[in-house]
Design a protein around this ligand. Structure first.
Ligand code: MN
Length: 202
């Protein structure tokens, strides 16, 4: 089984003016595609691993053979993280649902949560992700370097924000904080709610 690039679930300009069309086109069509292609190439010599989903590969990263562990971590992680990312983006969805209630309960308010998440996202040194994740049933804000997945750390991601420069440099240049601010305008809280409910069941 070859891994495949999932189609972007909206036109590349759907998130304008917050996330620009050119960035979305390159980010999905080039960066994400490269993770998929390099994951497939790395698994060519490992037919048993080819049958596994990216999710299962990352959950079992510790037992992946050494000669492909790095490729699975980086390219499998890149494929999984971006596949999770695209559907959580949509303009004009108001925060609502049980996940929003859980956030308010844990952080006091959506504003406090967004401040804490933003601090985590801007604080990632170099390339990586900021996450809202479920850790043993409790929500937490966490970060990972590069394309590392929370799955490999025993945590279920609910949503993540890609803070690689490739995600924002064309529109926001050096200003990652401005990109994080714009992100709050394109969070698809309906998808986040679905991810949260799925994560609770796992
Ligand atoms: Mn990316």
């Amino acid at each position: 089984m070859k891994h495949e690039l999932p189609p972007l679930p909206y036109p590349v300009d759907a998130l304008e003016p917050f996330f620009d069309a050119k960035t979305m086109e390159i980010h999905h069509g080039k960066h994400h595609k490269t993770y998929v292609d390099k994951l497939n190439a790395a698994l060519e010599k490992h037919p048993a691993l080819q049958a596994k989903s990216a999710r299962d590969l990352l959950l079992g990263l510790a037992s992946v053979p050494d000669d492909v562990k790095g490729a699975v971590r980086n390219h499998g992680g890149g494929h999984y993280n971006h596949s999770l990312f695209w559907p959580t983006l949509k303009k004009g969805v108001q925060p609502k649902g049980s996940v929003v209630d859980a956030i308010a309960k844990q952080w006091g308010s959506m504003d406090s949560f967004q401040k804490a998440f933003g601090d985590a996202a801007t604080g990632v040194f170099g390339s990586g992700w900021a996450w809202l994740a479920l850790n043993k049933g409790k929500l937490e804000i966490t970060t990972t370097p590069n394309q590392d997945s929370p799955l490999s750390l025993g945590k279920e991601p609910v949503f993540g924000l890609d803070v690689w420069e490739h995600a924002y440099y064309l529109r926001h240049t050096y200003n990652r904080a401005a990109y994080v601010q714009d992100f709050w305008n394109v969070v698809n809280w309906d998808q986040v709610e679905k991810n949260y409910k799925d994560a609770l069941k796992r």
